[in-house]
Design a protein around this ligand. Structure first.
Ligand code: HEC
Length: 154
């Protein structure tokens, strides 16, 4: 094939790749399944709305208190921290002014929800307070499409 044909082929291949990325964007934010289940993240949604959203906003964008989702969150110390450390911080200091007031299961599910909001993919392993993976290894800060409406988990 000549150079023109090669270019045309290349453009066609790139166009297909781009449309694949577009449609798969909501599914594959990062490759590794994170150490939490979809059921935990779903339970965490309700706990988050009840216990955290008043200060961190329903879309996790922050409201007086810092944002808990997005590139800046993943670039912060929390991105470098392990999931266990994030869990530990939240359990020891949140809800602000009423720390350590929730059940372990609620804190775990809220952490799962926050991780999913940052693009981590649920797997078949339940989250425990000892999860040693770094937040930035499983979460990109890109919120999956449809996440806030709950569309992703249905
Ligand atoms: C009454 C308001 C309030 C509630 C409710 C609340 N927070 Fe916070 N949160 C804050 C404030 C204020 C800060 C900043 C504290 C600081 O910088 O010392 C914060 C900080 C954080 C941080 C650190 C973020 C960062 O980038 O520094 C995390 C994580 C967090 N909160 C999670 C939660 C979770 C999870 C819940 C629900 C269980 C929750 N918070 C409930 C007010 C709140």
């Amino acid at each position: 094939m000549n150079a023109h044909e090669k270019n045309a082929l290349l453009i066609a291949v790139l166009a297909i790749a781009a449309s694949d990325i577009w449609t798969n964007n909501a599914v594959a934010q990062s490759n590794n399944p994170a150490p939490f289940t979809q059921a935990q993240a779903d339970a965490g949604r309700q706990s988050y709305l009840t216990n955290c959203a008043s200060c961190h906003n329903e879309d996790l964008s922050g409201k007086g208190a810092p944002a808990l989702a997005g590139k800046a969150f993943i670039k912060s110390n929390f991105g470098q921290a392990t999931v266990a450390e994030l869990y530990g911080f939240i359990q020891k200091s949140m809800p602000y002014g009423d720390s350590d007031s929730l059940a372990t299961e609620s804190y775990l599910s809220i952490v799962a929800f926050i991780l999913e909001a940052n693009g981590a993919n649920p797997g078949d392993q339940s989250l425990t307070p000892a999860a040693s993976v770094r937040v930035s290894e499983i979460a990109t800060g890109d919120m999956p499409a449809g996440f806030l409406s709950g569309a992703k988990s249905k």
